[in-house]
Design a protein around this ligand. Structure first.
Ligand code: ZN
Length: 307
């Protein structure tokens, strides 16, 4: 049975509801050598983020995928407490961000050790919090993968292959995604278990189509921070090209930013359901297609077999 692995247990598609596949509840984009990196009081974070998650639920959002991976402020202990306080399920990542956010121990580790680490977080537990990771979140340099990023990706493909997990990567250039899909295939895994995060950043639409044809998920995830027209145009072009079943939409809200006083300025998780989707409907997006894109697709992307 395929289930979504969340902070509040394994969910079926019906229970997961509308899934936002790329948001942050807690983040720190400073590098880990900075004083105060990823530090915040759990009580403060709950005070700020619980109402946001409760508002999201009232707006019809069922589940949020947390994208703060190792290197950009992952704090599973905080996320667990916030999720429980709000009664709101989060899908947590394992994996590591790109250089220069990659911590020293990942540079030192060989591929085998990384496979072991990722597999343990996907199948057993993250840092003693009694929660498993739902997926692998990585990143790649804008101009190409470094040796270390290649090593991490090979390890990710091997551990994901063994349990069916999806790998998502923050990659702004399509030709870098092309290299990533090649590495995943060489490692014995498949492009249809890969999410191209931030695909809207790539101006050459032919590359969106090329990666979709290879099977990858195409994610447009800055809705609400760029013009709605831009995203609607991309969505309709993908639908016209026949890729309704490989499209993911999200907003990349920052959540509580540990580098900012009081967590910084929030963006609401609700823009997509309250403003963007109604506009998409008005522009001709039909209800079945929207249902596919915001419920079925993210479930299919992130769910994996569980005993
Ligand atoms: Zn993000």
């Amino acid at each position: 049975m395929e289930k979504l692995i969340t902070t509040l247990g394994n969910l079926s598609s019906a229970r997961a509801g509308v899934i936002l596949p790329h948001e942050h509840v807690f983040v720190d984009l400073r590098t880990s050598d900075q004083p105060g990196y990823a530090q915040a009081s759990i009580k403060d974070v709950i005070g700020v983020m619980r109402p946001e998650l409760e508002t999201a639920r009232r707006a019809g959002i069922g589940t949020i995928v947390e994208c703060s991976t190792v290197g950009v402020g992952r704090r599973v202990d905080i996320l667990k407490k916030v999720s429980e306080a709000a009664g709101f399920p989060l899908v947590l990542p394992t994996g590591v961000y790109r250089e220069p956010w990659i911590p020293g121990w990942v540079h030192q580790a060989d591929e085998e050790a990384l496979v072991e680490w990722l597999s343990a977080e996907l199948n057993e537990d993250i840092e003693g919090n009694d929660i498993r990771a739902g997926w692998i979140k990585l990143s790649a340099g804008d101009n190409g993968l470094t040796e270390c990023e290649r090593k991490v990706l090979r390890a990710a493909a091997r551990s994901a292959r063994d349990c069916g997990a999806v790998i998502g990567s923050h990659t702004v250039r399509g030709r870098v995604v092309r290299d990533q899909l090649d590495i995943i295939e060489k490692s014995g895994y498949t492009p249809d278990r890969f999410i191209w995060i931030h695909a809207h950043c790539e101006p050459d639409f032919a590359l969106h189509i090329e990666m979709a044809k290879r099977g990858a998920w195409i994610e447009y995830d800055a809705i609400g921070s760029d013009s709605d027209e831009l995203f609607m145009e991309l969505i309709f072009k993908m639908l016209d090209a026949g890729f309704e079943h490989q499209l993911l939409l999200s907003q990349d809200c920052p959540g509580y930013d540990a580098s900012q006083p009081g967590g910084g300025t929030l963006r609401p998780y609700t823009y997509i359901v309250e403003t963007f989707l109604p506009r998409l409907r008005d522009a001709g997006g039909d209800e079945d297609t929207i249902h596919t894109i915001v419920r079925e697709n993210p479930f299919k992307a992130f769910a994996r077999p569980v005993a």
